[in-house]
Design a protein around this ligand. Structure first.
Ligand code: LCS
Length: 393
């Protein structure tokens, strides 16, 4: 069924799906590593591109293709590239777009390993990286060098919740011949469409909202341009961080309820943010849906809703935060985010532990920062859990 001109919810359910000979209602798991050619000529044609038949699952697979086409439609892109993890997506993009001697400007607050792989690994291949607070676009202008090739932003940023103006970054990218890459993990295409705002590449850890059920790890990349698509696809296939057919089946199942899950989670999140904001033991809170968020106005225009991620600090700092994390019962003390269950974690010692203390502080990842991923449970129960956890501090 053609879904290009249909609504977002219809695309969630039907985009990318294809009918098999049995009329299966869902895309089956093609759990095979390789595909039999009809003839030697057919095999040669598949490799040369004359035929679009499947060859080998690292290169392509029908279950994986269904997900790639689904997400491409959700992001209004040309096509998708599914990967084994979000880091697989990020590393494939870096590998495709950076060369020895080139420079990348990145948001300073990004998922820890997205920064770590540049600092610790790509640096060994003479790739230069600058990390700046991209929520202030003048910082991007100041970091530009003649060899800058890529502008990489995460918005809202993990875990500071800083918001970067995607359209303004697209303008800078265009003026300076850079490729703008946006990590859209915290929003999903339901809340934010970076390609529509001028980005060249959008990527996700689908481990989070897109799959939504904390049962698989995965990633995806979508580009607007076919040439860029081919380049990144080549890197992914040659590095070999392809998605597995069962992963693709799971995410095709998870993505169907994306809009419903996000609507419910963000409704819960606003109530929780208001509760925390007025709690006497809370020092500060950053949630894009609160007018106290420094980029509240930008969030209102750039995002369709405010999402379900927030960070906050307690008056007693890290010690108090530790007590809270040890005393909540409903919220799981675990990393990851964007699932149906509420999660709590401490970025400075967990997800961002690999970043130096100095760089963490410069990026606003302070020791008192607690990250909260709101799930779709009954909001009264989540608030009650926080209330009793805060009582004993
Ligand atoms: N991008 C963002 C914004 C992320 O939050 C993560 C993982 C990744 C990329 C990498 O994706 P993965 O390879 O894990 O699928 N974020 C995590 C987090 O905050 N807690 O645990 C993982």
């Amino acid at each position: 069924m053609k879904t290009k001109d249909k609504g977002f919810n219809t695309k969630l359910i039907h985009a990318g799906a294809f009918e098999d000979e049995f009329g299966s209602a869902t895309v089956p798991i093609y759990q095979t590593s390789t595909f039999k050619f009809k003839s030697a000529q057919h095999g040669a044609d598949c490799f040369s591109g004359k035929s679009d038949g499947y060859i080998y699952t690292r290169i392509g697979n029908p279950t994986i293709r269904a997900f790639e086409q689904n997400i491409a439609e959700l992001e209004n892109g040309f096509d998708g590239i599914a990967t084994s993890s979000g880091m697989g997506a990020i590393s494939s993009v870096y590998m495709a777009l950076l060369s020895a001697g080139s420079h990348i400007i990145s948001s300073d607050a990004v998922y820890g390993p997205a920064r770590g792989v540049l600092e610790q690994d790509f640096s060994r291949f003479n790739v230069d990286a600058s990390f700046v607070n991209t929520s202030k676009t003048e910082n991007i202008q100041a970091a530009l060098k003649p060899n800058t090739r890529v502008l990489y932003i995460e918005t809202p940023a993990n875990p500071t919740m800083e918001i970067t103006d995607i359209a303004a970054c697209a303008k800078i990218a265009k003026e300076n011949n850079l490729i703008l890459v946006v990590d859209n993990t915290f929003c999903s295409p339901y809340l934010q469409k970076p390609l529509d705002l001028g980005a060249d590449v959008v990527l996700h850890s689908i481990t989070k909202f897109i799959n939504g059920h904390a049962d698989i790890v995965g990633g995806v990349i979508v580009t607007k341009d076919p040439v860029l698509y081919k380049k990144i696809r080549h890197s992914m296939v040659y590095i070999g961080c392809n998605m597995d057919p069962t992963q693709a089946f799971m995410v095709l199942r998870g993505v169907r309820t994306l809009a419903l899950r996000i609507e419910r989670a963000q409704e819960n999140a606003l109530k929780i943010a208001n509760f925390l904001q007025s709690h006497p033991k809370v020092e500060w809170i950053k949630y894009p849906g609160l007018t106290t968020h420094p980029q509240y106005e930008l969030a209102k225009t750039q995002m369709k809703g405010f999402g379900s991620m927030m960070s906050f600090g307690l008056k007693g700092g890290y010690d108090a935060g530790k007590k809270l994390m040890d005393n909540v019962h409903l919220a799981l003390l675990a990393v990851s985010l964007g699932g149906v269950e509420t999660l709590i974690q401490h970025p400075a010692s967990m997800t961002h532990a690999g970043i130096s203390k100095e760089n963490k502080l410069a990026a606003g990842i302070t020791d008192d920062l607690i990250r909260f991923s709101v799930g779709i449970e009954d909001v009264e129960d989540i608030i009650e859990d926080l209330k009793q956890g805060l009582l004993i501090i």
